[in-house]
Design a binder for this molecule. Structure first.
Ligand code: INI
Length: 164
């Protein structure tokens, strides 16, 4: 039987022709599940390069649970227009999936709201390794690429509402 076609976020919601010229980005990535997260970084770098970002610095942390603190520290340097946070939390591998995934999401949202620096949520939360692979440059796209495009869009949104 044919696999059902699930539209990716990219097909429905992404803007592809964003201009990131003059903008500075930090990618912060979890080393946990690095086989997946390395591919998310590649996707994010591809998106930022193609959009002509001025600089892209990459930082790594042990796991997704550490992403909010590192993102806040980076946001507070004032050196970055946006942060792209990347990780992979896979349910099959841990009993504390819900804590790690939930706290990464909650913490990253909190950083964004407290600092007003856009923080894109590029953390995969899947049941299986296969589902994560499909979203890290496989059949379901690359969520690192999508997260980077979202970061660009939110910087431009902020500039447009503040008149910058
Ligand atoms: N971190 C992840 O990024 N993904 C996971 O799937 C994961 N699992 O399975 O436990 C994970 N755990 C580590 C966690 O992020 C912290 O690094 C650790 O708890 C120390 O604070």
């Amino acid at each position: 039987m044919m696999e059902p076609h699930y539209p990716t976020m990219s097909e429905h919601t992404m803007q592809w022709d964003l201009d990131a010229s003059g903008l500075k980005f930090a990618i912060v990535v979890a080393r946990f599940n690095s086989g997946i997260t390395d591919k998310l970084v590649q996707g994010a770098q591809e998106a930022l390069e193609k959009s002509q970002a001025e600089t892209v610095d990459v930082f790594d942390v042990p796991g997704s649970f550490e992403l909010p603190l590192a993102s806040k520290q980076l946001a507070m340097t004032g050196r970055y227009d946006a942060i792209v946070a990347l990780g992979a939390v896979i349910r099959g591998e841990t009993a504390h999936f819900d804590f790690v995934a939930g706290e990464a999401a909650r913490g990253l949202q909190q950083v964004m709201l407290e600092t007003t620096v856009p923080v894109a949520f590029g953390v995969l939360t899947t049941d299986t390794l296969e589902q994560a692979e499909a979203r890290a440059g496989g059949q379901r796209g690359n969520k690192g690429f999508d997260a980077a495009m979202t970061a660009i869009e939110m910087v431009r949104f902020g500039q447009s509402v503040s008149g910058a």
